[in-house]
Design a protein around this ligand. Structure first.
Ligand SMILES: Cc1ncc(COP(=O)(O)O)c(C=O)c1O
Length: 377
């Protein structure tokens, strides 16, 4: 397959960049003894799991289908967590997961009998502290439903569970801030943790960020494990997949209304939803902040505010030109939708050898069948 003959829009996952992140993950494991499970909520494109599997210990999930996907396509340890299980969910995953983590004491009480003896049982705790840039993603926000608050915990519960999970970080690039949270948890819950086999510190620790002091993180994790006699886990999503993937689009029109807008054959609402939800403009590979030619990179959806970003370029953009919207894998490919009946981006992987492999492509039939399979008679 030849790269510049591929039809846009498409995602291109770069194996070499993925391996760079995975080597950092491997180093972290080596210096800390921590186990790492991939958070499928962030990235579930199982066609590249053969690249990731040798580096990590398994997968973790947020809903029953992710558990099944992790079990079938990733292997290793399969962790099952959900903010709200139904009894059917619990029964569906009880035989395929290794650890089941409940979000509340009421869910634990309701379903413990189904999983007891089959899986290692965990409970999510909410220490009331966090590191998250945006309120929407802050597990410690007021009235948070995520995990049991310290003052609501029945202390006897630690005699009958195997582990706990805390997820309190979002894109935390500051190792000292993370260590501060780790210390706070150790102080707040220490005697309880001493009774457990494992503790998961969740995701959101951005240890693959350039310059991140992995050894310092590793030493802190290792000290925590030893202090409380537990196996520590992290559940990285974004840290594994960051900066590995471009969404490649084509400029289909250029319009002007005080500002120039280059309309591309993709939309944030359909293909890069977090750009919109978190109001975080995308970055374009071809842009140059010093350039003289400024454009809004506009979506081809009907939503008035649907734009990727504003960017400057050295030369004027032209219809037919391709643009690479960088860092478009995490929380992106898992959220694709068919808004406006737009063409769904294909998915490719560029292997370290330079070879391009196709992982998925979509057509009109996929769009149609996502809406109804049967019509009323
Ligand atoms: C419980 C849990 N674990 C892991 C993650 C993955 O986080 P990240 O992709 O930021 O590493 C999340 C993200 O929301 C989460 O809620």
């Amino acid at each position: 397959m030849i790269k510049n003959e591929l039809k846009t829009p498409y995602f291109m996952i770069n194996e070499g960049k993925l391996i760079e992140n995975l080597e950092k993950a491997k180093h972290l494991k080596e210096v800390s003894g921590v186990k790492l499970v991939l958070a499928l909520k962030c990235f579930s494109t199982w066609g590249v799991f053969d690249i990731i599997k040798p580096y990590l210990d398994g997968s973790t999930s947020s809903g029953p289908f992710e558990v099944k996907l992790g079990y079938e396509t990733f292997g290793g340890e399969t962790h099952a967590y959900s903010v709200g299980y139904s009894e059917d969910d619990v029964r569906e995953v009880a035989d395929i997961c290794d650890k089941m983590i409940f979000n509340s004491q009421s869910q634990l009480a309701a379903y413990r009998h189904i999983v007891e003896g089959k899986v290692s049982i965990g409970l999510r705790l909410n220490p009331g502290v966090s590191y998250a840039g945006q309120d929407l993603a802050n597990p410690a926000r007021p009235y948070s439903r995520l995990g049991v608050q310290a003052d609501h915990i029945d202390p006897t519960i630690f005699d009958s569970i195997d582990g706990v999970m805390f997820h309190i970080n979002c894109e935390n690039k500051d190792v000292d801030a993370f260590i501060g949270l780790l210390d706070a948890i150790s102080q707040q819950f220490g005697p309880h943790l001493d009774k457990l086999d494992w503790v998961s510190m969740g995701g959101g620790v951005f240890f693959t960020w350039p310059g991140y002091d992995i050894d310092k993180l590793g030493a802190a994790l290792s000290a925590f494990s030893k202090k409380h006699g537990v196996q520590l886990y992290l559940e990285p999503g974004e840290a594994i997949i960051t900066k590995t993937t471009d969404l490649v689009v084509t400029v289909v029109d250029i319009v002007e209304n005080e500002k120039k807008t280059a309309i591309v054959n993709s939309a944030t609402e359909a293909h890069r939803l977090d750009t919109l939800i978190y109001d975080e403009p995308a970055s374009i590979l071809e842009a140059n902040s010093e350039g003289d030619h400024e454009y809004v990179i506009g979506s081809c959806s009907c939503l008035a505010g649907d734009q990727f970003c504003e960017a400057k370029f050295d030369e004027p953009l032209e219809v037919g030109q391709q643009l690479h919207i960088m860092d478009s894998a995490g929380y992106t490919m898992v959220k694709l939708n068919w808004f406006n009946g737009l063409k769904m981006p294909s998915i490719y992987c560029e292997r370290s050898s330079g070879q391009i492999e196709k992982l998925n492509e979509f057509g009109y039939d996929d769009f149609k069948s996502s809406l109804s399979r049967w019509s009323i008679s």
